[in-house]
Write a protein that binds this ligand. Structure first.
Ligand code: ADQ
Length: 767
């Protein structure tokens, strides 16, 4: 349990830092605990799912509030006069505020607008989307109920974290009442392109609702980009795509991608448990699986998951490869969902009829081709399905992320299974080691299934190891930390930035307050003026001179921090006594201790070897180029013929595959593949590491810090020193900055450095 506890603790710590004494309120349609009347009296149910599993321990630790629809039949028998109940029942530690909805409201808001307008439209099932005025009115009313319930729970300064498409208007209603609240929203489903979104008659109202947030999160960059497009076209809002920022009516909303994940450690432990092994034996026996190969599909019965398309592909497999018949069983675990909506009932009957038909046509006395499990299984039963599967088939026609793919990876403790994953699910962006498919192309899905079933064990193991390595580092806690970090940065920007020249005395006091001083500066646009081409950038002689003097002063640490490669940086600044931090902090070298981050050094060697092998492998692919930038390598295929792109992808996968799992990640761009270190690292973390490395753990007690930069990537460092550093933004900021002070240009920064030198230079001792 040590590892798991530490991941939860990390998330709790990150949360507490973000909150800085503020109250946390989570708002979602679904509640974390529901009360029902069972055979043994009142029973409490907790929904299975990543979000509750992850947020519940955090709320337990911080003691906040969760606002949600009270959907359990006995929910309001147990609440207090304010519709609140302390949960979890066994150790009450936070308040669950239940929102009362009438059956008409549920019909209009939940079944109507959320699930028959927004859900189908946003999953490109345009033919299923219905826009009924009454439902829209109900949606507005219920969003107001949620906002009112939230406001009734706010005490003082609060951070409100709203979830999903049920509550798009809630932020606006909250903002109208409490302009000071910090509002963040996570959108769990895709955001479509403008041409699809504009079909919605209430498109402007939805965008306006969401632009009341300070932070808006999507799973993928492309969903965030679609939203930015819609905000610009629909509302005429000022949009910076590069910054992921919208300005509307004088307010800013940061729009960012945070790919959600699962509690990887919990799934893995469940899959390793004896209970799981008992379930595997039970399922094998119950469905007469013997030593047959097993395919698995797990979904809510939802048309976006492509279940009929999946069954079609399985049938094509039986036709294409008759040898597979009798030797392969596909288990479809489907949870009936939203059954009061006709489209869902129709889907359920269709799926059940198709399974029956396939079984009747292809099945034999001793072999049932498709096994259907509609009833719930406990977590160990689910993990057993995933663990025993040779293939997990995810065929989403559209999916924000798809957690099933990740649960399968986490449960594959034996590394035997192959993930066949729809390229239309968000999860595909993070799983280059899966076999990706287009679910609309049944023949090709069937071929891919054959390939998966024939895949040699060593290749299966290798692919799975890579996916597991990635998942370990990108679990649900990582998702939360990323989110909290972004929120903390935005909270820091709320303190107005002031010109350094109006506060020179305050700055003097701060930089001279400690024994040591650290002067940390960015390079391009800070120490050296921005230059085009970037190759011409050099610090002016006066800046170089003042930096040299500071670097010679005892107890003064001077570092230049940049995204440039270390050697390039060192050459351009060329001063002894200065520490150089290159590649956004991946490589660090100081005077006398010329070191670099250990992982970075290791990764650099791995990347160099990969580049070299790729160059030789892709020699004959016309138009392919391999650009080695030290700590990243980019393989460009813009000029390559379409039918050759797959060859390049395969080559990159194989070469990265030679590297131990978890070390390198592949990022897929439109016309390129980038190989990069699989570690999170930024200028802020690099600067903190440097101070600790040079001055020890208690550096904050002994050292004053000045950090200056002009760039978005410097914001991480501004945040790292937000509490007790002099943080200086160089140049006008197109976005809210976390820096406390500002200078207009590079020359003003140099003047500030001169002033600092005058304050801290050692006194001239008379002879
Ligand atoms: P969903 O559409 O519900 O989620 P998904 O991400 O696959 O889809 O999560 C489903 C969850 O329900 C998984 O934890 C899975 O184990 C469980 N589940 C599904 N079928 C089940 C069954 N038959 N029996 C038991 N459990 C079952 C929405 C978005 C997704 C996004 C998530 C999280 O549509 O794209 O990944 O939110 O943001």
């Amino acid at each position: 349990m040590v590892e798991r506890a530490s991941r939860t603790t990390q998330a709790q710590r990150a949360m507490r830092e973000l909150l800085g004494g503020r109250q946390l309120i989570v708002v979602s349609n679904r509640e974390p605990y529901a009360h029902r009347r069972g055979r043994r009296g009142l029973e409490v149910e907790s929904p299975v799912g990543g979000l509750v599993a992850a947020l519940d321990p955090v709320l337990q630790a911080t003691g906040g509030v969760w606002v949600a629809w009270g959907s359990g039949e006995a929910d309001f028998e147990v609440v207090d006069a304010h519709d609140c109940i302390r949960v979890p029942p066994e150790a009450p530690s936070y308040a669950l505020r239940r929102v009362r909805l009438t059956s008409d409201e549920v019909e209009q808001y939940y079944r109507g607008y959320a699930n028959q307008s927004l859900w189908p439209l946003f999953h490109l099932a345009v033919d299923k989307a219905r826009f009924v005025r009454r439902n829209w009115t109900g949606y507005q009313t219920v969003n107001r109920h949620f906002a009112d319930a939230t406001l009734s729970m706010v005490s003082g300064d609060a951070v409100v974290w709203i979830h999903d498409y049920h509550l798009a208007l809630c932020p606006l209603y909250l903002r109208q009442d409490r302009p000071d609240l910090f509002l963040s929203h996570f959108w769990h489903i895709p955001w479509p392109a403008w041409d699809v979104f504009r079909i919605c008659p209430q498109s402007a109202e939805l965008i306006e609702g969401l632009l009341a947030n300070d932070l808006l999160g999507f799973h993928l960059r492309r969903h965030a980009d679609n939203f930015l497009d819609c905000a610009e076209r629909e509302m005429g809002a000022e949009v910076s795509r590069e910054e992921g920022l919208v300005e509307y009516h004088g307010r800013y909303t940061r729009v960012q991608a945070f790919p959600i994940s699962i509690d990887q450690d919990r799934w893995e432990r469940t899959a390793e448990s004896q209970e799981c092994e008992r379930w595997m034996a039970r399922l094998r026996h119950r469905f007469r699986l013997a030593d047959r190969s097993i395919g698995v599909g797990v979904d809510r019965l939802d048309y976006s998951k492509g279940i009929p398309e999946r069954l079609r592909a399985i049938e094509v497999l039986f036709q294409q490869a008759p040898g597979v018949r009798g030797r392969f069983v596909f288990i479809q675990k489907s949870e009936p969902s939203r059954t009061r909506i006709k489209a869902y009932r129709d889907l359920q009957s269709h799926v059940e009829a198709e399974i029956e038909r396939i079984n009747a046509f292809y099945g034999t006395e001793t072999w049932q081709p498709v096994v259907y499990i509609p009833r719930p299984l406990p977590p160990a039963g689910m993990a057993a399905l995933y663990r025993m599967a040779d293939v997990c088939l995810v065929t989403s026609l559209q999916d924000g992320m798809n957690l099933v793919a990740k649960e399968f990876i986490a449960s594959q403790v034996d590394g035997r299974g192959v993930l066949v994953l729809s390229e239309l699910a968000g999860a595909a962006d993070e799983a280059p080691w899966s076999l990706t498919i287009n679910p609309f192309d049944s023949e090709s899905v069937a071929e891919t299934l054959q390939r998966a079933l024939r895949m040699p064990p060593a290749e299966r193991r290798e692919r799975m190891q890579h996916m597991r390595g990635h998942l370990q580092q990108h679990d649900i806690y990582h998702w939360m930390e990323q989110h909290f970090r972004a929120a903390a940065r935005l909270l820091a920007t709320r303190t107005a930035t002031r010109s350094v020249f109006t506060d020179m005395e305050e700055i003097r006091q701060q930089v001279t307050a400690r024994d040591h001083l650290a002067v940390l500066v960015d390079f391009d646009g800070t120490l050296a003026p921005i230059s085009d081409p970037p190759d011409d950038a050099n610090p002016p002689p006066l800046a170089r001179a003042v930096l040299a003097r500071l670097a010679r002063r005892p107890r003064c640490l001077v570092a230049v921090i940049s995204d440039r490669a270390l050697d390039d940086l060192r050459q351009r600044v060329g001063l002894p006594g200065v520490t150089y931090v290159g590649s956004h902090g991946f490589e660090i070298a100081g005077p006398g201790w010329g070191s670099e981050r250990r992982q970075a050094a290791e990764v650099r060697a791995l990347i160099a070897a990969c580049s070299q092998r790729l160059r030789s492998r892709l020699r004959d692919v016309q138009g392919a180029t391999v650009e080695d930038r030290g700590l990243t390598t980019t393989v460009h295929h813009r000029m390559v013929q379409r039918d050759q792109v797959e060859t390049i992808r395969q080559a990159v996968l194989e070469e990265v595959g030679r590297v131990p799992p978890g070390k390198l990640a592949i990022r897929r761009g439109k016309t390129m593949l980038e190989i990069r270190p699989a570690i999170d690292w930024d200028k802020g973390q690099a600067a903190l590491w440097l101070l600790e490395h040079v001055l020890g753990k208690d550096w904050r007690r002994r050292c004053a810090v000045l950090y200056a930069g002009d760039d978005r990537t410097d914001e991480d460092a501004f945040l790292a020193f937000a509490d007790d550093g002099v943080t200086v933004k160089v140049g006008a900021s197109p976005y809210p900055t976390a820096a406390r002070y500002a200078v207009s240009n590079v020359a003003e920064l140099h003047a500030l450095l001169e002033a600092i030198w005058a304050w801290v230079q050692p006194p001239v001792v008379p002879r």
